[in-house]
Design a protein around this ligand. Structure first.
Ligand code: TSJ
Length: 643
């Protein structure tokens, strides 16, 4: 069917053509991330409808062909003619750039974060897209192909009067998304769960209709949290021990900013505060987070002073002390938020600061007065943190002075390499003295340094700073790496461009590797972010037959080798229980020789940094169950085979 829309239509098509020419400008990237972004772009519209109070259920379905269907039970996108464009409003939504929500009047539109550019962009980047609207007992439908209208909006049937809503199905265009057009269930699951936490009462159902070979039923996950971010905090603290039962929750509006805060302390020593603007994570924080921190510091100090928990001659608690072990969500909703910073991820809107500060100060003061036991617990924990921080500062000053006087004294246990160009150098962190000894014999002295670690590695998630600085293994690693830590961290001083963790290929070894990773992640995260950290892969089995030797790094591999060489009587299979069972030559051949070894590079998904954070604390927390699960799933942490 052909349509004559005149000049306006030409302009419209040009608009969407621009999106297809430069997709990156509108969705950031055409990688897998951009592909998933299309879903969020559509779902955001339904979430807005939920925030406006007209919708309580959103269904997201990954269809067999990797097209996506989003259905909500809101009012349905208006179908009436939009005066300015002379077209049904729904057509405007899908064919005019930046038209989302600005029609029909009365719409409550808060989305519009980083890429809040809406439905027309998704349409432009889809092979085809179909929208159905259930409104006034009628089902309206329109289809588009690569952004072009296929036919005018039409009525295709009737529905019960009480059934209203919107259904959109789109198939991303493979000529745009050249890397992949395959959706990942877990990626969508993660973000949709977060959206459900951030919108209390909203039910989001995710279904995957792509069945695996022997899978009978589609995968379905439902997210529905009546408590909203309060339940988010409970979820984040699920593998830790809270120091009081209730999650605090503060809510209100001020200066046109809607504020929600939920928080609870656990018995760990790290802060996990996540902030959101219009349901979008702001990893770099901004005015809303500053307002929150101000309120916390001021309110707790006032409380501690007036209740004589802090004496007149004692200094104020610092913000850091009060936030020790705090898990918090700060979520604000603002019209037209301003973002700043290099990556435009930091909220700049000044009103947000005062709004969060005001609402938290007022409601937290009231809460503390009503809950003196909880108030006292938090103050006491903060005072302990203050003392530990003091002791840690003294310990650190002492080591700093030492290194300044004596120069960089390298740890005694370190067998350093002779090459001094960090680009050529690698350091093996080896569990246990005996494996360390083998590694020292086996190594290539010019470029490979060995640092053996003895005994249990300190869990930095469960120790205060003073204890961490006093720990011999940790001090050895810090001086060997050369970069310093935290505020003093300087990547240009890194002495090895490969830091290789070499532990036994069993559960204990995996645990030690994770303790080491946790330390690096907490104190020198740049080393992981910039890809300097690796895991060695020692073999699990050695197979000997007719004087020939094979090594297998997994059970599957062993079976494969056995298939090839035949399962004979005289096969000699040795199961390595630890690195210590290998002689230096075997260790070199299988795990250390750059020509033959397999290294796994440790990576961090920057987008999901909060999830990495969660993974670390899940593993290192007290509760046993999540930890075991993690170790079993440990593989998903490390990617990038580097051979
Ligand atoms: F935008 C979109 F097409 F991508 C899309 C929008 C996709 C999906 C799955 C849902 C929606 C959507 C839009 N759901 N609900 C709405 N609501 C409106 O557009 C709407 C309805 C009524 C009024 C009004 O003022 O009467 C205002 C709006 C914005």
């Amino acid at each position: 069917m052909s349509n004559e829309y005149g000049a306006d239509q030409i302009q419209i098509l040009e608009g969407l053509e621009a999106v297809r020419k430069r997709p990156g400008m509108y969705i950031g990237t055409t990688s897998s991330r951009g592909l998933h972004h299309l879903v969020y772009e559509i779902v955001d519209n339904s979430v807005d409808e939920a925030l406006a109070g007209y919708c309580d259920t959103i269904q997201v379905t990954i269809n067999e062909d990797n097209s996506i269907t989003v259905i909500d039970n809101g009012r349905g996108i208006p179908v009436g003619i939009n005066k300015k464009a002379g077209l049904p409003a729904v057509e405007v939504v899908f064919t005019i750039l930046h038209a989302g929500g600005k029609f029909g009047g009365g719409g409550y539109k808060v989305s519009g974060g980083l890429h809040g550019v809406g439905a027309s962009v998704v349409n432009a980047l889809s092979d085809w897209l179909e929208v159905e609207i259930y409104q006034d007992s009628k089902i309206h439908k329109q289809r588009y192909e690569r952004g072009h209208v296929c036919y005018p909006l039409k009525v295709i049937g009737e529905c019960p009067a009480e059934q209203t809503g919107t259904k959109v199905t789109f198939k991303p265009d493979a000529t745009i998304f050249q890397e992949t057009t395959v959706y990942e269930f877990d990626v969508l699951k993660q973000r949709l769960r977060e959206m459900a936490f951030l919108t209390k009462g909203l039910k989001i159902i995710l279904t995957d209709l792509r069945l695996e070979e022997d899978q009978e039923k589609p995968k379905v996950r439902e997210f529905h949290y009546e408590g909203g971010i309060k339940e988010f905090v409970t979820y984040l603290n699920r593998s830790k021990t809270a120091i009081y039962e209730d999650v605090m929750y503060f809510e209100g509006s001020k200066n046109n900013v809607y504020v929600e805060v939920a928080m609870q302390h656990n018995d760990s020593y790290t802060e996990s505060a996540y902030s959101f603007v219009n349901n979008i994570n702001t990893p770099e924080g901004g005015t809303h987070l500053i307002g929150f921190r101000n309120a916390l510091t001021k309110t707790f100090n006032d409380y501690a002073r007036s209740n004589k928990l802090l004496k007149d001659n004692e200094p104020n608690l610092s913000g850091e002390d009060i936030r020790e072990g705090l898990t918090a969500i700060v979520s604000v909703k603002i019209e037209d938020p301003q973002f700043e910073g290099q990556t435009k991820q930091k909220l700049g809107t000044a009103e947000a600061r005062g709004a969060v500060d005001g609402i938290v100060s007022e409601q937290l003061t009231y809460f503390l007065e009503q809950n003196p036991t909880v108030a006292k617990l938090i103050c006491e924990k903060s005072i302990l943190a203050q003392r530990a921080r003091d002791a840690a500062r003294k310990a650190r000053d002492l080591t700093r002075r030492k290194t300044a006087l004596e120069g960089m004294a390298l740890p005694g246990k370190l067998a350093d390499c002779s090459d001094k160009d960090p680009k050529n150098c690698e350091i093996y962190i080896v569990e246990g003295d005996s494996a360390g000894g083998s590694a020292k014999t086996a190594r290539s002295r010019a470029t490979q340094a060995i640092l053996p670690l003895r005994g249990k590695i300190l869990n930095v998630e469960k120790a205060r700073l003073d204890k961490i600085y006093a720990n011999a293994e940790i001090k050895a690693m810090i001086t060997a790496f050369g970069t310093g830590i935290q505020d003093d961290f300087d990547i240009s001083k890194l002495r090895y461009h490969k830091i290789i963790l070499m532990t036994d290929a069993d559960v204990d070894g995996a645990h030690i590797a994770t303790l080491l990773l946790t330390f690096i992640y907490r104190f020198m995260p740049e080393l992981i972010k910039q890809g300097y950290v690796y895991l060695a892969q020692p073999p699990l089995y050695k197979l000997e037959k007719n004087k020939k030797v094979w090594y297998a790094y997994s059970d599957e591999e062993l079976n494969k080798i056995l298939m090839e060489v035949g399962r004979d009587q005289n096969n000699k299979i040795q199961r390595y229980k630890g690195l210590g069972e290998m002689d230096p030559e075997q260790l070199w051949e299988t795990t250390m020789d750059p020509e033959r070894r397999i290294l796994l590079r440790v990576t961090m998904n920057e987008e999901a940094e909060s999830e990495v954070d969660l993974t670390f604390t899940t593993l290192m927390g007290d509760k046993v169950e999540p930890r075991r699960e993690f170790i079993e799933e440990n593989a998903k942490f490390v990617k990038n085979l580097d051979i």
